[in-house]
Design a protein around this ligand. Structure first.
Ligand code: BGC
Length: 572
């Protein structure tokens, strides 16, 4: 933020004396009648005091290169710890996926995907030329199901598969009743008495896998807390539900959505080293040398050697928060969450939480004492409600600000100067709203509209300065998330010996292929670019330029399907 710089040398204009400030106002020529009715709360506060408050917030969110390096180094330490011992915060889960597709695979299978927001049943037909067809149905998972009895949740999953099969049908080959070389879960044997449709489950929560079709739920995340699930085998929970409903469907393989992203990107790009999700939750799975997964001991999987996909569960990185730049707003979020002290990294990064952090920042400005700094001190039902500010609203605000900008991240080199200084557009000059060019005022107008519509604040309480403050708060939270995401990706590059922290290393590969999925990386304006900036600052431009980040198209569906492919060993 550049408070001081832009204030220097400014002439006091038409601010009424009793408001006691000489700069925080909007130029009347720029204001429509609607603005005139909304007076900035800043007008009532001494500029120095306001500046201190805003500077303090900005300082809390600041992450310089040294901090990013420290975080990345801690990632590497935690990776190694998680690979050596079970029950670590960063679980580093062996997935028993030991190969990735190359795009020539064919076949049609059914997959069920339970993510953070949606439940999907899909049938994927791999065409063998890096392409696939997908037929899918989405179902909503209600709060009651997320937090009730696990059996009700799994019954709902089974019902959704049933509905898909009834309404859409399946072309998947069935598994014959007699031959069952597949299942390693004895409880599933009874199902082998009937021909059944094999199904791959993409389950986007931490599961300690012991085989490709076995794994106990370690914990819930992303607002789920269904009872009697943690500690139970997720494949069995699902199979039991299929059995209860006499559905001839057999869950034969289990993957995390990050593994799905890795497999899907590998299928379309011909290879991939990391699948990562930046959506409602965050996580990454990468190809690790089996010899490094020390906690597998002398197991056959370890003895076999080669590579295995490891699901890092990086959302649980640094739960002790020794290196994460925790602000008072994060502390509040964590304390009020259903899983305090857990998923620390995820709470800084993911779509489930960014809106809530921003809400906390905005409330602190609304409630600032002795005088409010935002919206005349007025809040709304939406802003008062826990999780009442959706991250999608942040995305809309950033988009409204970015529309029409030629080079949004370059510092706006062709931007007009303000008081002889070219503004740093990363942070809005909300003290200088009156000096902004017309098109920026139009952008703030749009943001003002979003605030009234999506946050429910009355138009008469939202000034253009308020709009600029909101946009500033939103960008602080999102930028920190993107930078931290870059640390996780950079740590994988270093762990897999493709990069060194600090740079100066040129990997053998021309392309380091990474698959990504999730609402933030797909839809949040500039999230991907900022993530890349962070990677570059950590491992240097040589490596960063070789990193080919691409969307893992329908990763959860394709991943679940490819897991079946591996499980039934269609490769041979
Ligand atoms: C879960 C991960 C998942 C990620 C992205 C996290 O909350 O723990 O298993 O991969 O969200 O969906």
């Amino acid at each position: 933020m550049r408070w001081g710089r832009c204030h220097k040398g400014r002439q006091a204009r038409t601010i009424p004396d009793h408001l006691g400030t000489s700069s925080n106002f909007l130029s009347p020529s720029l204001l429509s009648p609607a603005h005139m009715s909304a007076t900035s709360s800043l007008l009532t506060v001494s500029p120095d005091r306001a500046r201190r408050i805003f500077d303090d917030i900005e300082e809390q969110f600041r992450l310089d290169r040294d901090a990013l390096i420290k975080i990345t180094e801690q990632f590497l330490t935690d990776f190694r710890l998680g690979l050596s011992e079970y029950n670590q915060a960063m679980a580093m889960i062996p997935t028993f996926v030991t190969g990735v597709p190359n795009g020539t695979e064919t076949g049609t299978f059914l997959a069920l995907d339970l993510g953070g927001t949606n439940l999907r049943v899909c049938e994927v037909q791999l065409l063998g030329n890096h392409q696939f067809h997908l037929r899918q149905q989405k179902y909503k998972v209600s709060e009651a199901l997320k937090t009730g009895e696990a059996s009700a949740l799994f019954d709902y999953l089974a019902d959704s598969v049933d509905a898909f099969l009834t309404e859409i049908g399946s072309e998947s080959p069935t598994m014959p009743p007699t031959s069952d070389p597949f299942t390693s879960s004895p409880s599933l044997l009874d199902m082998t008495q009937q021909p059944s449709i094999p199904l791959g489950l993409t389950f986007s929560f931490p599961v300690e896998q012991t085989a490709l079709d076995q794994g106990k739920i370690l914990t819930w995340t992303k607002g789920f807390s269904a009872k009697n699930a943690v500690g139970h085998d997720v494949v069995q929970l699902l199979q039991d539900a299929f059995n209860r409903k006499h559905l001839h469907v057999r869950c034969v393989a289990l993957v995390n959505d990050t593994v799905g992203a890795l497999l899907s990107r590998a299928y379309s790009a011909g290879g991939c080293i990391l699948g990562s999700i930046f959506g409602t939750g965050t996580n990454g799975a990468y190809l690790e040398r089996v010899e490094n997964i020390k906690k597998l001991g002398d197991s056959p999987a370890r003895q076999k050697g080669g590579f295995m996909v490891v699901n890092t569960e990086w959302g649980g990185f640094n739960n002790s928060r020794t290196v994460l730049p925790t602000t008072s707003f994060d502390n509040k979020l964590d304390r009020e969450s259903i899983n305090p002290r857990l998923q620390a990294f995820e709470k800084f990064i993911s779509g489930m939480y960014l809106g809530e952090i921003t809400r906390n920042v905005l409330l602190s400005l609304i409630d600032a004492a002795p005088r409010p700094l935002l919206f005349n001190g007025k809040s709304s039902d939406d802003l008062n409600r826990h999780y009442g500010l959706d991250t999608a609203v942040m995305s809309e605000i950033e988009e409204a600000w970015e529309v029409g900008r030629e080079d949004p991240l370059s510092g706006h080199s062709d931007a007009p100067k303000v008081n002889g200084v070219r503004p740093d557009w990363q942070f809005m000059h909300f003290t200088d709203v009156d000096k902004l060019p017309h098109e920026d005022v139009v952008r703030l107008e749009r943001i003002r509209g979003i605030i009234t519509q999506r946050m429910g604040i009355s138009a008469s309480d939202v000034s253009l300065t308020d709009a600029a403050i909101v946009r500033w708060a939103v960008s602080l939270v999102a930028e920190r998330a993107a930078k931290l995401s870059g640390c996780a990706v950079a740590a994988v590059l270093v762990q897999t010996e493709r990069a060194r922290i600090g740079g100066g290393f040129v990997p053998d590969e021309e392309r380091i292929i990474i698959g990504v999925d999730g609402s933030l990386i797909q839809h949040y304006p500039n999230f991907g670019t900022k993530l890349r900036d962070s990677i570059r600052s950590l491992v240097g431009a040589e490596v960063e330029q070789r990193v080919d980040i691409g969307l893992a198209k329908d990763g959860s569906g394709v991943g679940g399907q490819f897991a079946i492919y591996l499980r039934l060993d269609y490769r041979s």
